[in-house]
Every structure is written in C-alpha cells, then in structure tokens.
Write a protein that binds this ligand. Structure first.
Ligand SMILES: Cc1cc2nc3c(=O)[nH]c(=O)nc-3n(C[C@H](O)[C@H](O)[C@H](O)COP(=O)(O)O)c2cc1C
Length: 235
C-alpha cells in the first residue's frame, strides 16, 4: 500500500471515529478550555458548505462571568415558569406521530433512566432539565443565531456548521451538547448578549471535557439501521 493511500485510509478512520464518538454530553469536568481551542474549532467549522456560499451563521462564545450571569437569569425564570414557550421558531411538530414520537420517548426515558429517574419523579426531571441552562457545567457555551430574513435553506447550512463545530471539538478531545433549550429563553439571552433584533436565537451548545463517569454520559442513544431509511435504486 502506498504511503499516500495509507494516509487517506487513516483520514477516513479518524473522520469516522470523530463522527461516531460524538454524542451529547450532559456532564462536563471542571477543566478550562482555552479560548485558542475554540478559535481553532470555529476556524475549521467555517469551511462548512452553504447554499451559494452564504455562510449564514453567527456565534456568540460565552465563558466566565458572562456565561454565569446568563445561566442565573434563565434558571430564575425556569424556576418561576418551567413551561415557558417563547420560541421564535418551531423545532418540532405540534402533533407528534410515529416513528418520531417513539424515538423521542425512547430518548427522554433513556436519559432519565440513566439517572435512575422514574415516571412520576417530576422534581428530579425538572432538576435535570434545569441543567441545560448551566450548559451542563461546561466551561464554554455557544449561542448560535441566524438572520431572520434568511430562508429555510440557510438553516440546513447552519446545521452543517454546527456539526463541524462538534466534530472539530472531538478532534481536540472535547465534547459538546447542542442545546435548542436556549431558544426558549431568547428574550433573556438578548438581555445578556448583543444579539441584534434581526437575528433569531437558534441553538446553544455546551463545549468542554466530558465527565466520563457520569451515568448520563455513559448512556447512548441508538440509531435505525441504514435499511430503515435508504432505498437503493439502479444497482
Ligand atoms: C439542534 C439540536 C438541539 C438539541 N437540543 C438539546 C437540548 O436542548 N438539550 C439536550 O439535552 N439535548 C439536546 N439535543 C441533543 C439530542 O437529544 C441528541 O442529539 C439526540 O438524542 C441524539 O443523541 P446523541 O447526540 O448523543 O447522539 C439537541 C440536538 C440537536 C441536534
């Protein structure tokens, strides 16, 4: 095997490993992440494709006191009104249906189950949901926005950009959790960050070093096999 071929095989293996080893981490170590690492991650992520190269992403990187103050304000509101719905966009269908409903339930109960939370333990579920707003103790939190005048196609681009962030993080030993939960609190986010009215707050993201012993990080979601979503034609 030529040196070149071998190195391309290595690249494929590394990319596959980065993709497969990414999972949503919901407990992070108290270990700082240097600003330089986040700069490198964003520098790689910006190579995401986008329709006509529009590059429709905006990112706010939060650490230290800014992150803490945002978390404290959202948590206070979450305690006062845990069912708040102030999204600027609909992520999910209003009426759930199969197979998505079943998968959603499996995800929720899987997470709670990993923590020993049983049906009816609403207090503990509430506490777990609240952890979102502390970025699950990650040292870095991102808030990702998009200009509201852009159309649905640009949201595809934003998703690819976000995946690039998550994979580039893996390449540096870091883990992530994308967090649409922050979209529910866009008015509070706006109080803390200089987000112009023209931008929609789409998603948050926790970034840091994984606490590998936390039960919620040991649990994994599963996936439908390829045959479940693929039709092969013309082979
Ligand atoms: C755009 C987006 C938003 C998400 N928002 C949240 C969130 O607010 N809180 C959370 O705990 N997980 C959130 N997740 C994580 C999903 O639950 C997770 O990706 C899914 O269950 C698959 O598990 P995995 O990421 O561990 O592979 C989000 C994922 C995506 C892609």
């Amino acid at each position: 095997m030529s040196a070149k071929k071998k190195s391309m095989d290595d690249v494929a293996t590394s990319i596959d490993e980065a993709i497969r080893s990414r999972h949503s981490v919901r407990s992070f170590l108290d270990r700082p992440v240097p600003r330089k690492s986040i700069e490198e991650i964003l520098d790689v992520a910006r190579y995401a494709p986008s329709g006509t190269n529009t590059q429709p992403w905006q990112v706010y990187v939060l650490a230290g006191e800014v992150k803490k103050a945002l978390s404290a304000d959202i948590l206070a509101d979450f305690e006062a009104n845990p069912e708040r719905e102030e999204r600027e966009f609909e992520y999910y269908p209003t009426d759930w249906f199969e197979p998505y409903l079943g998968r959603r339930r499996a995800c929720g109960w899987g997470l709670y189950g990993s923590l020993g939370i049983e049906r009816g333990q609403t207090e503990r579920m509430h506490e777990q949901r609240a952890r979102n707003y502390q970025f699950f103790d990650a040292p870095i939190g991102l808030i990702i926005t998009i200009e509201r005048r852009l159309n649905i196609g640009s949201w595809l681009d934003l998703g690819m950009f976000m995946q690039n962030i998550m994979l580039a993080a893996r390449g540096r030993g870091l883990h992530t959790c994308p967090q649409a939960a922050f979209a529910n609190y866009h008015s509070i986010v706006r109080r803390h960050l200089p987000v112009p009215d023209e931008e929609i707050i789409v998603c948050g993201m926790a970034i840091g070093y994984r606490n590998a012993r936390a039960p919620e990080n040991i649990w994994r979601t599963d996936r439908d096999p390829v045959d479940g979503f693929t039709r092969w034609l013309g082979f």
